[in-house]
Ligand binder design. Structure first.
Ligand code: 5GP
Length: 196
């Protein structure tokens, strides 16, 4: 079959995805990548230390604060932000080369970074949220990857991020994974077929 449901553009699109921790964004992004080979997720640079199991160049490029400051000064980031006391940035050269190769680029970044891109890139902005803060609280406590204090900190940040959801083009509520995935993939397909 030569016709493609996704991946038929000469120059790809940027899809910015923001979602509080515990919303299921990693699972949803993996599902998209498994279905569509024309999607690439940008690997960010961060000054945070790797968590157990995280791999250099796969999850993040882990760099020092001095290296981050240097890259920032050289204009290597299309956006950057401080999240939970660490710096994160998206590589300009990666994003631009992938778009030129006809790939769609997924940027899974926080709301501060997304807002910076709004003024400079013609990207599509998607916010994924949990059904409620109380549901998110119970998911984070069940996941047990953070201390209680860190969970409460993440929840208060999640509330602030969720207040910005109306500024995104799309808002997907992940109450049920299959439904959220169906909505998400429909957005990508429709956006590729939009007249621009
Ligand atoms: P974590 O350290 O838990 O992997 O990520 C913390 C937060 O930083 C998440 O909301 C994640 O989406 C965000 N993040 C990861 N990479 C970037 C980036 O390059 N830029 C921005 N602005 N946020 C990022």
């Amino acid at each position: 079959m030569s016709a493609k449901i996704l991946g038929g553009l000469k120059k790809g699109l940027i899809f910015v995805i923001s979602a509080p921790a515990g919303t299921g964004k990693t699972t949803l992004v993996r599902m998209l990548q498994k279905e569509f080979s024309c999607l690439v997720e940008s690997v960010s640079y961060t000054t945070r230390k790797p968590r157990p199991g995280e791999r250099e160049g796969v999850d993040y490029y882990f760099i020092s604060e001095a290296e981050f400051a240097q890259k920032l000064q050289e204009g290597d980031f299309v956006e950057h932000a401080k999240v939970f006391d660490h710096d994160y940035g998206t590589s300009r050269s990666f994003v631009e080369s992938q778009l030129q190769n006809g790939k769609h680029v997924l940027l899974v970044i926080d709301t501060q970074g997304a807002i910076q891109l709004k003024d400079h890139y013609n990207a599509i902005f998607i916010f994924i949220s949990p059904p409620s803060i109380s549901e998110l609280r119970s998911r984070l406590y069940t996941r047990k990857t953070d201390t209680d204090q860190s969970i409460e900190h993440r929840l208060s940040w999640a509330e602030k991020e969720m207040a910005l959801a109306p500024r995104y083009d799309y808002h997907v509520v992940n109450e049920d994974l299959y439904t959220a995935y169906t909505v998400l993939r429909s957005i990508l397909i429709a956006e590729e077929h939009r007249n621009r």
